[in-house]
Design a protein around this ligand. Structure first.
Ligand code: SF4
Length: 760
């Protein structure tokens, strides 16, 4: 059994730290608990990944947990949405009333009338969310930040490779490319490892970013490109690598499909032409392409900036997949190995997220109603069905892709609420998402959730956020510290990870499993939720492997496959190498799935929907290119903004980056409050002057709201004041990525001017 101490009311729990209140690193920690209260955290040296805690967030988790602002009881709205008047009610009453309203709305408008909104991996209950929706008969009208963050690139990998690529292993590689990621701010443990590896002197580092990030300062090559032109840059790399014969001819011959077609397409992107598009000199394009191709194995560190470009953004990932393939970096032992499903132990497989979701419960007619899936087809049911087919044919296992990976297009949900087009959306469950901060075009989102057309809005939250203030019911949800975890992390990983809860849920809080199960029981499909607790569900998932939740959470932490299943593994069903789960069985440079879905099968570059080239008239009044979404530690997206938990004290105000020359021309000094205005709206942040950003580009921080401002309307905790999504576009489907429906949050046009009344 797990090693434990319990003396003087003190015990230690082995937990995994992840989003809310942690971050993406999923560190293994030891929680010290005294008399049921969390009093400290430290790294668990036995944890089998090198992630063992951090110094800028982890120490504040107890303060976060015991913040007086945490929600402890179910609340029901009194008065109008946004008045911040609430009545405390029992859980049973809340679930009874919500279920009754859902039943009524389903009867009046059909099961497609419900939408679910969610953020970045705040829970391990994604499969329970989908199970609930599928049983309800809903066509997966899920509004998901994933469409602008990672899920779209995962979908592209499934289409081209039949599986998502693993992250490069820093100790194995000779060249790292960081594209659109401020590693020092978003993934500090990776950044520390990068610094150490770089200090050894045997790693080439290429940083592609309009700003010189921390990693950019010690890069071998900093590629300072024009925001939004990454696809053109990588097409230029493909051009150079093919023209100069730097590709892996053996791998290309045996394991790729469509090389000649890619060669012809890439021939259009000479370094000189790409230089005009990207602002990157041709010699830098050539040098960076050569560095990437000749320092095998090489890998790309994941960043989400390119997922937020709107039109043409997922094509960036298509070019990256092509680069990984033609340079042989998909090889086993290489930079970014492709690994199939798992965990498989002694020939038996554990129950993955997607195996719990019951997609067969959604009829073909209902699937067609998913909002946006007729036009943006890769991440909706059409793409899902194709990828499922090839995955099943290849692996012989009836579960295809990540549970979260077939979602609706979020801005079209707002349209359906406001215009009842193509049908009325009248009910919304928001869990783990403060979408008024992380979605695009706040005005439209605000109108939608204030609209009387939305007859039910339920929010599952830890704190009262601007989004929660516009709910009818706010349900207090246990954080990661207060509940156990068992997950394949949305099927990103071929393993199952488990974690104990550090402490019992605060107040009347429950894990979100309680909500999905409670509603299912009240709506007549409770028999599909037979598990009484999260631990029981975890035991069910691990039973095929002969393991229990307790064993994994306290002794093993992960269950992994005996041997990772790669494209070279002999497939037990066929006796041949497995290959890739694509129509050709190969890594597809020319994508048959994109072609079957009606898209150009080859990558190509398109201008951002708003730029000096695509909208020169707009550029006359709004001459600067705006980057939004600058994350910074110790914040995690819109979290950790409260005073008193130890993080906000370090960052009292939002700040933006302006080139020193630009600032001088506009009379802006260091620390001045500056207005940033686009066609959509205006916000203000404080100026930081730097020479590490192009004079034509400005960068604002993301996700700013102010819990200290009044809650009630019109303040909504400072929703409109410095929130970069006041500036972004999400109301015009022509500006969206045409494959996935991702909307443009970056590479927009703006003007900036000093706030004449900075003390106001
Ligand atoms: S917040 Fe710190 S301890 Fe928690 S997962 Fe992130 S890096 Fe690890």
């Amino acid at each position: 059994m797990a090693e434990r101490t319990k003396q003087d009311g003190v015990e230690e729990k082995k937990i995994v730290c992840w989003a809310s209140p942690g971050c993406i690193h999923q560190c293994g920690l030891i929680a010290t608990v005294k008399d049921g209260k969390l009093i400290g955290l430290r790294g668990n040296k036995d944890y089998p990944t090198p992630n063992h805690g951090c110094s800028d967030r982890m120490p504040y988790h107890p303060n976060w947990l015991y913040s007086p602002d945490q929600l402890l009881h179910p609340l029901k709205r009194k008065g109008e949405r946004g008045e911040n008047r609430w009545e405390q009610i029992p859980w049973e009453q809340a679930l009874d009333e919500i279920a009754a309203k859902l039943e009524d709305l389903k009867e009046r408008y059909g099961p497609e009338t419900l939408t679910v909104q969610e953020g970045t991996y705040r829970s391990d209950m994604y499969p329970m969310r989908t199970r609930f929706l599928n049983l309800f008969g809903n066509p997966s009208n899920i509004g998901c930040a994933g469409t602008i963050c990672r899920c779209n690139t995962v979908a592209m990998n499934y289409a081209l490779l039949g599986m998502t690529n693993a992250r490069p292993k820093l100790p194995n590689i000779n060249c790292l490319v960081i594209d659109g990621c401020a590693l020092g701010q978003t993934a500090p443990l990776d950044f520390q490892r990068l610094q150490k590896r770089k200090a050894q002197g045997d790693l080439k580092l290429i940083v592609i970013d309009p700003r010189k990030t921390e990693a950019g300062r010690f890069a071998d090559i900093w590629v300072q490109l024009r925001p939004g032109t990454d696809t053109a840059l990588f097409m230029g790399w493909i051009n150079v690598i093919i023209e100069e014969g730097l590709y892996d001819k053996e791998f290309v011959e045996e394991w790729t499909f469509g090389f000649d077609e890619l060669r012809r397409r890439a021939a259009e992107y000479t370094p000189e032409k790409v230089a005009e598009i990207t602002w990157v000199p041709p010699e830098v394009i050539r040098a960076s392409a050569r560095m990437y191709a000749t320092n095998w194995p090489a890998g790309f560190h994941w960043g989400s900036a390119t997922d937020m470009l709107g039109r043409n953004s997922v094509r960036v990932e298509q070019t990256r997949v092509c680069l990984r393939a033609i340079t042989g970096n998909l090889k086993v032992g290489g930079g970014e190995t492709i690994v199939g499903p798992g965990p498989i132990v002694d020939g038996k497989i554990g129950i993955r997220d997607s195996m719990l979701t019951l997609p067969e419960k959604v009829s073909p007619e209902q699937r067609k109603k998913q909002l946006g899936c007729d036009r943006f087809r890769l991440m909706g049911w059409p793409g899902y069905e194709l990828m499922a087919k090839y995955h099943e044919e290849t692996y012989g296992i009836p579960f295809p892709v990540a549970a979260h990976n077939f979602v609706a297009v979020q801005p079209l949900i707002w349209k359906a609420i406001l215009e009842k087009d193509p049908y009325p959306v009248t009910a919304m469950i928001t869990w783990g998402s403060n979408f008024l901060l992380n979605g695009g075009d706040v005005k439209t989102m605000y109108k939608a959730i204030k609209s009387p057309n939305l007859e039910l809005h339920v929010v599952l939250e830890h704190f009262m956020t601007p989004t929660a203030l516009l709910a009818d019911y706010v349900l207090p949800i246990a954080s990661k510290l207060e509940k156990p975890m068992c997950a394949t992390h949305e099927d990103f990983a071929p393993n199952i990870a488990c974690s104990e809860a550090a402490v019992e849920p605060l107040g009347e809080r429950h894990g979100d499993f309680h909500v999905w199960k409670g509603l299912a029981e009240r709506l007549g499909f409770g028999e599909y939720f037979p598990w009484t607790t999260e631990e029981e569900l975890a035991d069910f998932r691990l039973a095929p492997l002969g393991l229990t939740f307790k064993e994994v959470a306290t002794e093993k932490y992960f269950v992994r496959s005996d041997e990772p299943w790669t494209y070279e593994t002999i497939n037990p069903r066929t006796g041949k190498k497995t290959g890739f789960a694509t129509p050709s069985g190969k890594a597809e440079l020319y994508s048959n799935i994109l072609e079957q879905l009606g898209y150009d099968p080859l990558p190509f570059y398109e201008e951002p929907p708003e730029s000096p080239i695509s909208t020169p008239e707009v550029a006359k009044e709004y001459p600067y290119i705006l980057i939004t979404g600058g994350n910074f530690r110790p914040m995690f997206h819109s979290e950790n903004r409260h005073w008193g938990i130890g993080t906000r004290e370090q960052y009292p105000d939002p700040v933006m980056d302006i080139n020193i020359e630009t600032a001088r021309e506009l009379g802006i000094g260091e620390g001045d409050w500056v207005y940033v205005e686009t066609l959509r709206g205006v916000i203000r942040q404080r100026a930081t002057l730097t020479d590490e950003i192009d004079p034509r580009v400005v960068n604002v921080q993301s996700h700013w709201w102010f819990p200290e401002r009044p809650a009630r309307e019109p303040w909504l905790h400072g929703l409109w004041e410095s929130n970069c999504n006041v500036l972004t576009i999400a109301d015009d489907p022509d500006t969206f990525d045409q494959i996935t429906g991702g909307w443009p949050l970056r590479a927009l046009l703006c003007k900036i001017y000093k706030d004449p009344a900075p003390a106001g």
